[in-house]
Ligand binder design. Sequence first.
Ligand SMILES: [Zn+2]
Length: 316
Amino acid sequence: MKSLFFPCHMCGSYDSEMLTPAYLPDGSFCKFQQIVICRRCGLVYKNPVIPELNTVSYSKISWGNGTIFKKRISSLALFLSGFFKEISPKTIMEIGPGPGWLAMSLQDLFPASKYILFEASKDVAELTKQNLPNATVIPATIGEAYINNDFADLALVCGVDYLFPDFRRAIEKIHKLLTINGYLYIERNVFVESEAYVGFPIKSYKDLFGANVLMTTWFAVDQYKQFLTLFFDIVSEKSFFHDETEGFKCIINGFLCKKKNIRSEYYDGSTSWYETNMASLRRLNKESTNPISANAKLQPVVTKLWNTFQFWRLHK
Ligand SMILES: [Zn+2]
């Protein structure tokens, strides 16, 4: 069985301790995969990662969207177009575009750009292609794709990097794929201190680590910025309030980054987030009181989003 075992993605250390066994899609504990914290820098990550055991896959109904995403995506498209109006990117690459809403908005603003979209789910990729008939849609993960270096002027990675099975290698690949003056826009709402994911609050280890068994990395927000600076200069930041459930807020943090042209090394560990991250984790219940599986928990949210998205598609 294909299994990946890593040193810490941030500092390269193998010195880690287990927080909990990882969760499987049915909500039970995995016998092999663990969620660990790096003792040196405090990164929380899944190790080893066994992709075959984490079989939640995204389908056409996984996204939905619509009203809930529409406002955010148009605000993000405006933010990006404001920044790139002087330097119109020739090639725009998006990893994990879902149905392609962001690329659709950008196409209106940069009609001359070439769009290359990597969507791992073949089902979803069909929808992406329907929505963006002029784009190149590749039904593959970034890990599977064979691409030359120095090819994209702008890479977009929105809400997917925490799903990369081999997180560090995927970020290295994105860095290599960018042209010498290339930019990355990356955003996520998956952090050690996150209060909520889209649609539900995080109250336990199971909520944080088991909500989507494809997740592999949890940084503190500050720590994530430090990680990005190994590869990029952060030129602008944006955070979006996504939604709130029972008073728990879902915040998405976005970073616009310019490629650094020096080879990235591991973080030197001069600051450690170990204590901060352990403090964030202590607010959570370790034992889950609710044995609902990850799939069952996501399903009502997913269905709601999908219905809203259909409504938006029909009425936009
Ligand atoms: Zn580390």
